[in-house]
Design a binder for this molecule. Structure first.
Ligand code: TNX
Length: 509
């Protein structure tokens, strides 16, 4: 009943019983994992599970030299548990599987009495299919407090997801403190109450909203994620989706307006101006971002950038002539290239949305294919690395069914089954091109999710299905998955996830 499904599971006779006689033993490099395991088992079981050099009835974490860094073998018998792993990440995933073998109450945060902590005797072999198993969380449209981000990281780890792409800036809010540009959060992190109904195309919710992460908060999030083998990938979206930045520093805008952080959803016409000073501004921002986020990839967005302001602005036209650019689209790629060379000079790679493929893209860029899978095909054929996140399969802000009582009927329905059908490698690629697909991610855009509870409702259980698409090899059959998912929901219940239920009273009723 493991989820995501491992490469192979063999069931043996007997059970492993976790009790007061159980201890943990671990190779030196796996001791942090052992301590993490102690910390998750203690609250529900009340057991101390001491970490000892040697013991009789143990959960033993060992290194297996023949295994990849994320791979593990898990063997449970009446005598004990052995988790053999290629490295700390593999040991961590082995522990996640061990938790799933125990009764679902193990996920509770307070002591549960009267439960026998038994795991069936099994032999599991496992390794992930993709290196990038991600979730994108939009903390710009609605801010998610730090504590809830940490909780979300735990939920990702439970599903063996390893990449959190944090969409930190957008028209509606700037969510990360930048010491050299303090107004980005002093001004850009807050939006006002606004009258509803002005534009049917781009409604907002009318409510004042705000919040941001201090640099200490970010360091805490990044470290918490790292202990769970999750890399946090920051995204600073440019040169569109930037109204909150322009609200903070109007000199970044085109034509001298004084906008406020946007109170509506949709595609905004305000874009950054393409002066050298804007490049300098964002280099400073990215320097602080790269200091905070040690991962190899840095996102600069590049999506949905209307060019009307640029084409109507004489100064921008002059800049284009000076630089020998013929079309406004080329300005976007000029800007992304300039930031890209800064990012690569610090040994990192750029991440951008597939809109960037409309023009030249810096070598080494990772392209997130969101408008279906066409971007994935184009990028892989151009030798660029690909993250698949097609909107019609893994956009978790889209409605979950056709029912008239779905709370916010965004776009087209994406059911659990649709999400389970997600295949990150598109057809029509050569073997070499296929290797450019690093993996995929589910995108959680939060225009319509104004609380962590609503994120739970939209993300789960569809994220469970996406996690399996990214982790598991071999044929996928929805009916077989559904049986495991029903067991898995008991775990989500124990954690307190307010996922979307198929039946029963709906949360908004
Ligand atoms: C498109 S996907 C966007 C986001 C919206 C989302 C809503 C992408 C790169 N841009 O700005 O939040 O649709 O589904």
């Amino acid at each position: 009943m493991l989820l995501p499904r491992p490469t192979s599971v063999r069931t043996d006779d007997g059970v492993f019983l976790l009790d007061a006689s159980t201890a943990i033993t671990a190779a030196p490099e796996l001791r942090p994992t052992a301590r993490w395991l102690q910390s998750v088992l203690r609250p529900s079981t009340g057991l101390d599970l001491p970490l000892l050099p040697e013991a009789r009835h143990t959960i033993d974490l060992r290194t297996g030299s023949d295994l990849g860094p994320e791979a593990y073998r898990l063997r449970t018998t009446a005598d004990g548990v052995v988790i053999e792993a290629g490295g700390p990440a593999g040991a961590f995933y082995g522990c996640q599987s061990l938790l799933q073998l125990l009764p679902a109450e193990v996920y509770r945060r307070s002591e549960v009495t009267g439960v026998r902590w038994a795991a069936p005797a099994v032999c599991v072999e496992d390794a992930p299919r993709f290196a990038w198993r991600g979730t994108m969380l939009d903390v710009a449209r609605h801010f998610m407090p730090k504590h809830d981000v940490l909780r979300f990281l735990d939920l990702m780890a439970m599903h063996r997801l390893n990449t959190l792409h944090l969409h930190l800036t957008d028209d509606q809010g700037w969510r990360v403190e930048i010491l050299r540009r303090p107004r980005l959060t002093e001004v850009g992190a807050w939006r006002r109450e606004s009258p509803l109904g002005a534009s049917p195309d781009a409604p907002g919710d009318g409510r004042p909203h705000g919040g941001y992460y201090t640099q200490d908060d970010i360091r805490e999030i990044v470290a918490y994620a790292a202990r769970r083998h999750i890399t946090v990938v920051p995204e600073i979206d440019v040169p569109g989706h930037s109204q909150a930045a322009i609200a903070a520093y109007p000199e970044l805008g085109v034509g001298g307006g004084q906008p406020e952080a946007w109170t509506r959803w949709g595609v905004n016409s305000h874009v950054l101006n393409m002066e050298e000073s804007t490049v300098d501004f964002y280099r400073d921002v990215l320097d602080e971002i790269m200091d905070l986020f040690p991962g190899p990839v840095v996102g600069v967005g590049g999506d949905e950038c209307p060019t009307t302001e640029w084409s109507q602005d004489p100064r921008t036209q002059e800049l284009m002539r000076e630089r020998g650019l013929r079309h406004e689209n080329e300005l976007r790629s000029w800007f992304v290239r300039r930031l890209g060379s800064h990012v690569t000079s610090r040994g990192r790679r750029l991440l951008g949305w597939d809109d960037l493929l409309e023009d030249e893209v810096p070598e080494g860029t990772v392209v997130a294919s969101w408008r279906g899978m066409t971007g994935a095909v184009t990028a892989a054929r151009r030798g660029l690395q690909v993250i698949a996140c097609p909107d019609d399969q893994v956009y978790l802000d889209y409605r979950q069914s056709d029912r008239s009582d779905e709370p916010i009927p965004v776009a087209v329905p994406i059911t659990v089954e649709t999400a389970y059908g997600f295949e990150p490698v598109p057809p029509g690629l050569t073997d070499e091109q296929r290797a450019h697909v690093l993996g995929g991610q589910a995108n959680i855009w939060t225009e319509h999710m104004d609380s962590p509870r609503t994120v739970d409702y939209f993300a789960f259980p569809r994220l469970c299905a996406v996690a399996e698409s990214l982790w598991s090899t071999g044929e996928r059959r929805y009916e077989e998955f559904r049986v495991r998912l029903d067991h898995h929901l008991a775990r989500l219940d124990a954690v307190g996830v307010e996922y979307r239920r198929e039946a029963g009273p709906l949360p908004w009723q």
